[in-house]
Design a protein around this ligand. Sequence first.
Ligand code: UGA
Length: 433
Amino acid sequence: MNLAVIGIGYVGLVTGAVFADLGNMVICVDNMEEKVRMLENHEMPFYEPGLEEIVAINHEDGRLSFSTDLADAVRRSEIIFIAVGTPPMDDGQTDLSYVEAVAAEIGRNINDYKIIVNKSTVPVGTGEMVKDIINRFKPSNIDVDVVSNPEFLSEGTAISDAMSPDRIVIGAPNKRVAMKLIELYSTMEKPMVITSVRSAEMIKYASNAFLATKISFINSIANLCDRVGADIEEVTRGVGLDSRIGNKFLRAGIGFGGSCFPKDTESLLYVSRKYGAEIEIIDASIRVNRKQPDILMKKAADALGGLEGKTIGALGLSFKPGTDDLRESNALAIVSALLTAGATVRVYDPMAMEKCKPMCPDATYCEELYKVAEGADAVMLLTEWNKFKHLNFNRLRELMSGDMFFDGRNIYDPQVVRRAGLRYYGIGRGADG
Ligand code: UGA
């Protein structure tokens, strides 16, 4: 099929590349010329494992192209995906101005019947709003249908998530459109859930909010474990083996970040309040998450007798491993808070340091991971990159001037850390120090 994807962000680029890989002709459109030029040279605008390869192959084979010409892409495509950003506003509601602008442009340039598919995460009712805007600008003899087809890919595993999703949600206004989308996705051979447009929009928010709440729930249990002397890692093993609960998204730590969970929970809460059906549990999970970095900060301040003048080594900056994304990163929030408290912070991250430098110029950036430990009173693990999983704690300890290790993601066996003469502090591991 001939497809256009408007918006070359995470979702747009991965969606475009994957559809091209499945044999479709895809034009990815963005209004930033620089981005388009970079992609034509196979330079990625962000780091995502496997993305460069799939973009290069499909671009060279002529199935994937990049353009700033939205009008041309609209005219040449049967299905047009909207994948522009939907950033949060100060009060939590979703800023739909990019979606609105794209809808108006589609309306102005439409030359034939088209299916418009919303891939961006948008509040319930946006599908109808998009259709209204297109109707306002398009010639009256041309028809459009608007579908909601939310994306469930995670950063770091985006290609495999998009190629092989657990389910494909298609919120279609009628059977004919649903059939067209089913045909597009049929090669993936995955379960498809066909719903109304509004239900599909809600599925996306409900999924992200549920996962975020699972994390805040387990972090709350972890904080109680600290007080009562239980170990959250033992507790989650016991809880997670209940097949009704499952062990995914039950990892306690410094809290959730990224461009999705914080924004989507805020947006769902805003909408629920607007409709007089406040989801109080979402309010609670947001509040728990905001406080979670402070748990590690307080442990460090108490153990070190204050943070001012101390040297802290920090491993990890990105909001999770496998990405250079720093948006709403609790790792970065902790580094910034340590600096504000008067500490010297020596940082290392495998991918995110260049992006971080302008945002956090006062940190000391180390070119090698063990360098964070040089002269450090304490070292903190903030993002659980694979290369941090098998640290040589003896080497770390020798380089440090102090003996404290803070494991913000509970990835180490406390006994292994302690054997190197370090004091171990985790999240909810019961016995600190
Ligand atoms: C999330 C969802 O997982 C995707 O399904 C969804 O498509 C995407 O948002 C989106 O809406 O676009 P992502 O933000 O890339 O994906 O990252 P996750 O892997 O979900 O992690 C989010 C945050 O939760 C990270 O900061 C991670 O460290 C934290 N987390 C995750 C925990 O603290 N504990 C866990 O057990 C799992």
